[in-house]
Design a binder for this molecule. Structure first.
Ligand SMILES: Nc1nc2c(ncn2[C@@H]2O[C@H](COP(=O)(O)OP(=O)(O)O)[C@@H](O)[C@H]2O)c(=O)[nH]1
Ligand SMILES: Nc1ncnc2c1ncn2[C@@H]1O[C@H](COP(=O)(O)OP(=O)(O)O)[C@@H](O)[C@H]1O
Length: 185
């Protein structure tokens, strides 16, 4: 069974950016594809970035026990599909989950063998600048994400490893080292 590695941390901290580069460095990594009720952003593809579900479809999956964990985040729902995760871990390669803090807590409970890594920003100000600079979220969405980020930052001590994403290159080196040592016997 492939080891599960959870990457968590506030929206805009650079999780997506880090994971893209991590996959270039460690190509055998598998990425779990989550389900969400959020609308696709331009360029996002069904089944690649997310499984985009209606609120009714999402609810039905919860009732059927189809999620390993799920959470509400900034007005939308997100969840790790049990079927998706089981298929990927069965392949034997390390499987990465990129999820928010409530979900990461649930994975720790359900799968204590999973490695949990929290990505922290150098400051709240930097987080704001990154969310604005990314240009994918409305000012209202950015405010909601920053409010949530304060609570998430307070929870970083719950996770096994914390990587501060200040200089991207440094953060990637740390993450490569953490994932390599956690996934090679
Ligand atoms: N609990 C949980 N959170 C998820 C899942 N998939 C994505 N997320 C998190 O939901 C939050 C919002 O994701 P998204 O709308 O794609 O925005 P972005 O991460 O800011 O680009 C992020 O913190 C993601 O890590 C999931 O399956 N479960
Ligand atoms: N170390 C960094 N320094 C400056 N900007 C960064 C850094 N890491 C990521 N970014 C930028 O911050 C924005 C948010 O990054 P993203 O990977 O989308 O975050 P997340 O997936 O955590 O929401 C993007 O525009 C990205 O290019």
């Amino acid at each position: 069974m492939g080891r599960v590695v959870v990457i968590t941390g506030p929206s805009g901290v650079g999780k997506g950016t880090l994971i893209r580069q991590l996959r270039d460095r460690i190509p055998e990594i598998e990425l779990s594809v989550s389900a969400t009720t959020r609308k696709p952003r331009p360029g996002e593809t069904q089944g690649v970035d997310y499984w985009f579900l209606s609120p009714e479809e999402f609810e039905k999956r919860i009732a059927d026990g189809g999620f390993v964990e799920h959470a509400e985040y900034a007005g939308n729902r997100y969840g790790t599909l049990r079927s998706d995760l089981e298929t990927r871990t069965a392949g034997g390669r390390p499987v990465l989950l990129e999820i928010e803090v409530q979900g990461a807590r649930q994975v720790r409970q359900a799968m204590p063998e999973a490695l949990t890594v929290f990505i922290a920003p150098p400051s709240e100000e930097a987080l704001h600048t990154r969310l604005v600079g990314r240009g994918t979220d409305s000012p209202e969405q950015i405010d909601r994400r920053l409010q949530t980020a304060r609570e998430e930052l307070a929870a970083q001590g719950e996770f096994e490893r914390v990587v501060t994403n200040d200089r991207l290159e440094d953060a990637i080196e740390q993450l490569v080292e953490i994932v390599r040592s956690a996934t090679t016997a």
